[in-house]
Design a protein around this ligand. Structure first.
Ligand code: F0G
Length: 481
């Protein structure tokens, strides 16, 4: 093995390989496990991000003790880069490049100035959930409108440096949008496999706009993954699904950004939506590395929320405490997380175990309500992101999160990704009578208060004035004194 800036370690059997030796499906040749990227300063296996372990050092070769980067110097450097005009410094991913040296030459990274996303205060949603301090890290404010950009800048930079001409992914829509954009910037050709009729139009339009070869397969996401996994074994196509560990190196950086935005304070709890189950693990790696390097003194609990119709991890935790996962046939309107056989479930189980987080599920009705509540706070997000607020409410009710705990929810996609969903909701056409009947009386009245259907009027001043008078009057009556 050559001494490199990094190597790959199988998260199941622990075997290490050089980055360039990885198989085209990113599975370990010995045990089919998934890899993670390690560095000369990485922590030893089994010490990943729990709150009791002490810092220990491993190395790329495992032969020598590596010097840990200095935390104060890193904090200063990352802050300094914020004022730089260099594109690499303006990226909220590559600004932290000292902790993701996955390319040999940083001058050639492919960036759209991703990251640098806002951390919003959410007082109304916090109150609804029953906690005092709620923030939302809005990853939908990335260049293509989802958190996937932070991973894609990393993995496409590796693909370009390694000389690939073609890249591909299977996707529920956001990965494909991000991949198509970054591939176009890098001058690479991209192929997208999406389940026909099962992704939001906004996302489909993006992959076409960015010039990808877009293939709609008559199957679901899990069926698309199967086809693509076979394809990459036959052709020199670089696989960009989240089994690619370089994606997760980019996706760990919002953890850095979040605590930097909190002046290096660590929240008690971070909630993420769960689909293919890579993102929670990526953030967990980010927090674990910061703790290992002394940038923070503890890690937050990381909890995952799934849609009830696509909840294999939730079931796995209930049935076997995460030892076994049975795939499910997934069905949810939160199409981004309509995934029944998640590739990275073992990584996420490990994150839950080491951080002490929970798994929750949210029904269609609960997701729709939470999305409307996030929208009404002036923030907005796509349906899959709203599971975090829906799950938070449940974890608070169950006493697993207490009122005083500081919580950050990850909003993973922009509200405009799936505007059909929002329009149907506000027209009262989204939820079925059965779904609404299953809601609590309180939820039903909350829906009724939130619905804002558009009003169609004649273009006549008197008609408009009469309508406004009625509405203003009823708004005043409804206003608490
Ligand atoms: N939120 C959004 C908006 C997503 O697009 C996804 C996944 C997730 C959450 C779940 O993240 O898979 O790491 O657990 N979307 C993928 C895609 C599968 O193809 O765009 P995960």
């Amino acid at each position: 093995m050559t001494l490199d800036t990094h190597s790959l370690r199988c998260t199941e059997c622990g075997r290490g390989i050089a980055g360039g030796e990885v198989a085209s499906d990113f599975r370990c040749r010995h045990c089919r496990g998934l890899f993670e990227v390690i560095y000369p300063w990485s922590m030893a296996p089994g010490n990943a991000g729990n709150n009791s372990g002490t810092a220990s050092s491993g190395s790329v070769t495992g032969a020598e003790t590596a010097r840990l980067p200095n935390p104060s110097a890193l904090r200063w450097l990352w802050q300094e880069r914020r004022t730089s005009t260099m594109s690499i410094d303006q990226s909220g991913v590559w600004r932290f490049r000292d902790l993701l040296p996955i390319v040999k030459n940083f001058d050639s990274v492919v960036t759209l100035r991703e990251g640098n996303t806002p951390l919003y205060e959410m007082p109304k949603c916090g109150k609804i959930a029953g906690i005092d301090w709620l923030l939302a890290k809005h990853q939908g404010m990335n260049p293509t409108g989802s958190f996937k950009d932070t991973g894609m800048t990393a993995a496409i930079s590796v693909a370009a440096e390694r000389g690939f001409e073609w890249v591909a992914c299977a996707s529920t829509g956001n990965t494909s949008a991000a991949m198509a954009a970054y591939a176009a910037r890098a001058g690479l050709r991209s192929i997208v496999f999406i389940p026909e009729g099962k992704i939001a139009w906004g996302k489909l339009s993006q992959s076409m706009d960015y010039g990808a070869l877009t293939i709609q397969l008559k199957t679901d996401f899990d069926g698309c993954v199967k086809i693509l996994t076979e394809l990459v074994k036959k052709f020199p196509i670089y696989l960009l699904n989240s089994v690619n560990p370089y994606r997760l190196e980019g996706q760990k950086t919002p953890a850095f950004e979040m605590v930097e935005q909190l002046e290096w304070q660590v929240p008690e709890h971070v909630l993420v939506p769960g689909g293919n189950l890579a993102n929670g693990a990526a953030l967990g790696k980010g927090f674990a590395e910061m703790k290992h390097l002394g940038l923070i003194s503890r890690v937050p609990k990381i909890s995952v929320v799934q849609a009830s119709g696509a909840n294999p991890l939730y079931r796995a935790m209930q049935d076997s405490n995460g030892d076994r996962l049975e795939p499910v046939v997934a069905e949810t309107r939160a199409s981004a997380i309509r995934i029944g056989s998640p590739a990275s479930w073992k990584k996420t189980v490990e994150t839950l175990r080491t951080t002490g987080g929970w798994v929750e599920e949210a029904t269609e009705q609960e997701i729709a309500l939470a999305k409307a509540e996030i929208g009404a706070e002036g923030i907005g997000c796509e349906p899959a992101s709203a599971v975090t607020l829906a799950g938070l409410k449940k974890l608070v009710t169950q006493g697993k999160i207490t009122r005083e705990e500081r919580v950050v929810i990850l909003l993973t996609g922009h509200t405009l990704k799936d505007s059909d969903y929002t329009i149907h909701y506000h027209r009262g056409e989204l939820l079925t009578a059965v779904e609404l009947a299953g809601a609590t009386a309180e939820d039903r009245s909350n829906h009724a208060a939130l619905l804002k259907p558009p009003v169609v009027l004649e273009a006549d001043m008197d008609v408009v004035l009469r309508e406004l008078e009625t509405r203003m009057h009823s708004a005043m009556v409804a206003q608490p004194v």
